[in-house]
Design a protein around this ligand. Structure first.
Ligand SMILES: Cc1cc2nc3c(=O)[nH]c(=O)nc-3n(C[C@H](O)[C@H](O)[C@H](O)COP(=O)(O)O)c2cc1C
Length: 396
């Protein structure tokens, strides 16, 4: 069952308006058959980042080892979620400091985040962490008066940087429903449970997040596949024969021969030429998929090794100027020792194949005319099954 975690960011222990509305949002999500859980950001002691820079250099955040620090505890919970609803009050026309404190610490969340990915631009641009990337979120912000509009926008660049799709935002001024004792004793004060418009907005956010689980607006098709992407109503480009795609796009037959990858000896190699020598099985994966690529390769090697050559094509996106190809090669080589390794610099092949970030794929071919591409998605077992069926047919 899919899960949504609601993260409440009020500093109040009781009578929090934003937390109440969060519970309303989660209730609406639960009605759609989603499991929900509400966490309070303030229940976790998250030590402030002291700017040591370890995480920027591929080292562990020293604060994670501090027994007082509970970032890992929160992060491990958030990893369980397929989507999030964030709820917060407005403080000084923005969000309370706990949010910023948490966001500042999201960079070195876990060992998993510290693999060879840290050179990636995405990882230096803002908030990081695999707990969020590719997932959806909604946000609810409650003010007494002005500021919900700025507060809603304040974390957006960070969420965008980690490719968390913010798909619903609700901001509202609710002074007469405020939980402060000073307001609750006024004659015009009302209980938050009666804030019908706010509850409708909160429900809408919860429902929208629930109905969008699995969606990501960052999974756009590559340039050459524009208009063919998931959600366009057309055939999934991953399901389509690359030869068929090339015909649709008016390209020459044998599109694969146009793509070169680079081996560890710095040689540029045309994919078509590679397959002409021997049947080939390539696992294509980026840094996010790297954890799954090794086991996949091993599985394919066990089944087809000897009959076909199994290798990894590591997708490498745009690199910041201070990261060299040599550095990437050294780090990547450690992830799949013993396997042939090729590099798809600047993601050219992957974007040609419309591979979403973090989505491993398997490219198989006995000859340059016969390349077939299989996406390895959530239904991993089924997809691998299809690859194996195909290989049984063509390789044996
Ligand atoms: C330190 C502080 C700063 C605040 N700043 C603003 C503000 O800039 N604009 C506003 O409309 N409300 C402001 N408020 C009011 C809260 O946003 C409002 O009480 C909100 O409903 C509290 O949500 P909660 O009950 O979930 O904590 C502020 C409250 C506090 C305690």
């Amino acid at each position: 069952m899919k899960k949504i975690i609601g993260l409440a960011g009020s500093m109040k222990k009781h009578h929090s308006s934003s937390e109440y509305l969060l519970s309303v949002a989660l209730e609406a999500a639960a009605e759609q058959g989603v499991q929900t859980e509400l966490l309070r950001l303030n229940d976790y002691n998250i030590l402030p980042c002291d700017g040591c820079g370890n995480c920027m250099n591929g080292k562990h955040c020293h604060l994670l080892k501090d027994p007082e620090d509970q970032l890992t505890e929160l992060y491990d919970k958030l990893k369980e979620a397929d989507g999030f609803v964030f709820a917060s009050p407005v403080y000084a026309l923005s969000l309370p400091a706990v949010w910023k404190n948490w966001i500042d610490r999201c960079e070195p969340c876990s060992d998993e985040d510290l693999d060879f990915e840290y050179y990636n631009y995405d990882r230096v641009a803002g908030v990081k962490g695999k707990a969020f990337t590719g997932k959806v979120a909604g946000q609810i912000v409650v003010a007494a008066g002005p500021g919900h509009e700025w507060a809603l926008a304040s974390l957006m660049p960070c969420f965008t940087a980690i490719k968390l799709s913010m798909i619903a935002s609700a901001g509202i001024s609710l002074i007469e429903y405020d939980g402060q004792p000073g307001i609750r004793k006024r004659s015009w004060s009302k209980p938050i449970e009666e804030a019908e418009e706010a509850k409708m907005m909160a429900r809408a956010v919860g429902m929208r997040v629930a109905s969008s689980l699995g969606f990501s607006y960052f999974d756009l098709p590559g340039q050459s596949g524009a208009g063919q992407g998931q959600g366009s109503g057309g055939q999934d480009p991953m399901e389509q024969d690359p030869m068929e795609q090339s015909r649709e796009h008016g390209m020459q037959a044998d599109p694969w021969s146009a793509f070169t990858v680079q081996n560890v000896k710095d040689e540029e190699i045309a994919l078509g030429e590679l397959a002409a020598e021997r049947p080939r099985i390539f696992v294509i994966g980026d840094q996010q998929a790297s954890v799954r690529c090794g086991p996949l390769l091993e599985q394919l090697e066990q089944q087809f090794g000897g009959k076909a050559a199994c290798a990894l094509i590591a997708r490498v996106g745009q690199l910041p100027h201070f990261i060299t190809h040599e550095f990437v090669k050294e780090k990547t080589g450690q992830t799949v020792p013993g396997f042939e390794l090729y590099y798809d610099w600047e993601d050219k092949l992957a974007s040609r194949c419309s591979l979403a970030p973090g989505q491993p794929a398997i490219l198989v071919g006995r000859s340059r005319e016969e390349w077939r591409l299989f996406a390895v998605d959530e239904a991993e077992g089924r997809e691998i099954g299809r690859v194996v069926d195909y290989l049984d047919e063509v390789v044996v």
